[in-house]
Ligand binder design. Structure first.
Ligand code: PMP
Length: 409
């Protein structure tokens, strides 16, 4: 464990003391949601003990404090993903809401009959269903880039499917099933040559690697706080600065207006025009604590640590001849998760037996049914890592899988 001090980190996460079925908790479901360090848990109380008031609205002391903390959170997130301007950072509930935001606002305005939306076959439902809605409403086409023989995104297929008809490329940065990390910089560069806009689903990348939206060059970027040590209910939508006036509001209501008449309204400047109603101020403030924690450890260290775990995990699991792995063979081409199946055993049964050993993994279609069909499997088991996992956790998983095998043989 040369990149992070896992023993020290584990002590910061009280939930790791929970004993499922009397066993030590081995939490390997980080792609679904991550656990929270004590600093983040304390920040939730701190907000309600010291800062709580509605933002922007009232001229009193607490409202000023709360507004200041909320705007500081925006500034912090801007720096975290290296956006150019605070106005580009919109707080939402999660990745799903961020993508729906762009579909309902920008998509419904700019995508028209005969246009195309280009996705990848590995997308999460959150980055498929909103575009199905736009395609159906606007009579636009929906196309999917396929994978190559090594389960990587086929750039050849991407280039063949790009054309002047494509108005939007919506692609995940990292797959929550295969772990592949897509070359989003290159994808954006090519898409822009055709005049298409690019939306990146960063739900699985932001928690695990340094992100620079200016370097990627994308137009929209979405992620969730809860997958990066933060609380549930806070997400981020990044909108590139030159598109801010081209994106209409998604929701309409309080605090996002300039003037309201009986028959019409004008809107406040961004980001306020994108945040109707009382926002999740506590969520945004607590997200800052999560970012502080992540940056204290260092995203490059986290990424390298997970790379070590992945390499070790892939090697150990390849030794189990009854386990089938999905995703590229080479650990260097992917992020810290492993999807697999145990020969002759339903993924839910695998996960249930592992749970009896205290090992938390996910089983199912992982909200990626088109990918499951493409892979020819109904479901997989997924073990996903984070900064508090170590080699012992992987050894426990491997021993658990041997038990599964014994049980069903
Ligand atoms: N995209 C990807 C790649 C994901 O893994 C997830 C969460 N599993 C989402 C989108 C949706 O995230 P949320 O549920 O936080 O909106």
């Amino acid at each position: 464990m040369k990149y992070v001090d896992v023993e020290k980190i584990k002590k910061d996460f009280p939930i790791l003391n929970v004993k499922p079925h009397g066993k030590k908790l081995i939490y390997l479901d980080n792609a679904a949601t991550t656990q929270k360090p004590i600093e983040v848990i304390k920040a939730m109380d701190k907000y309600y003990e010291e800062l709580n008031a509605n933002v922007y609205r009232s001229p009193h002391y607490l409202s000023a404090l709360s507004t200041q903390a909320y705007e500081e959170a925006r500034e912090r997130v801007k720096k975290f993903i290296n956006a150019k301007r605070e106005e580009s950072i919109v707080f939402t509930r999660n990745t799903t809401e961020s993508i729906n935001f762009i579909a309902y606002s920008w998509g419904m305005k700019h995508i028209n009959e005969g246009d195309e939306i280009l996705l990848t076959i590995a997308e999460h439902h959150s980055n498929i269903l909103p575009w199905q809605m736009v395609a159906e409403a606007k009579k636009a086409g929906l196309k999917y880039v396929h994978l190559d023989e090594n389960f990587r995104l086929s750039m050849k297929d991407f280039k063949e499917k790009m054309s002047d008809k494509v108005k939007l490329v919506a692609v995940q940065h990292m797959s929550n099933v295969l772990g592949i990390i897509n070359p989003v910089e290159e994808i954006t560069h090519i898409a822009h040559k055709y005049g298409a806009k690019v939306l990146i689903d960063g739900a699985q990348s932001v928690p695990h690697m340094p992100i620079d939206v200016q370097r990627i060059g994308c137009d929209f970027f979405a992620f969730s706080g809860h997958k990066m040590l933060g609380p549930m209910g806070i997400g981020v939508l990044y909108i590139k600065e030159d598109l801010l006036s081209d994106v209409p509001p998604f929701l309409r209501g309080g605090e996002m207006i300039d003037e309201v008449f009986e028959d019409r309204a004008t809107f406040a400047p961004p980001p306020l025009k994108f945040e109707a109603g009382t926002p999740n101020v506590k969520g945004a403030c607590v997200l800052v604590s999560a970012i502080d924690y992540i940056e204290k450890i260092g995203l490059s260290n986290i990424h390298n640590h997970e790379g070590e775990l992945l390499e070790y995990g892939l090697q150990k699991m390849k030794e189990l001849d009854f386990v089938k792995l999905y995703g590229p063979n080479d650990a260097k081409e992917r992020g810290g998760l492993i999807s697999f199946n145990v020969e002759g055993v339903h993924p839910h049964d695998v996960a249930t037996i592992l749970d009896e050993e205290g090992i938390a993994v996910r089983s199912g279609h992982h909200c990626c049914l088109p990918l499951m069909r493409y892979l020819g499997v109904p479901a997989t088991v997924r073990a996903s890592f984070y900064l508090y996992n170590d080699f012992d956790d992987i050894d426990a998983l491997v021993e658990g899988l041997k038990k599964v095998r014994k049980w069903f043989k």
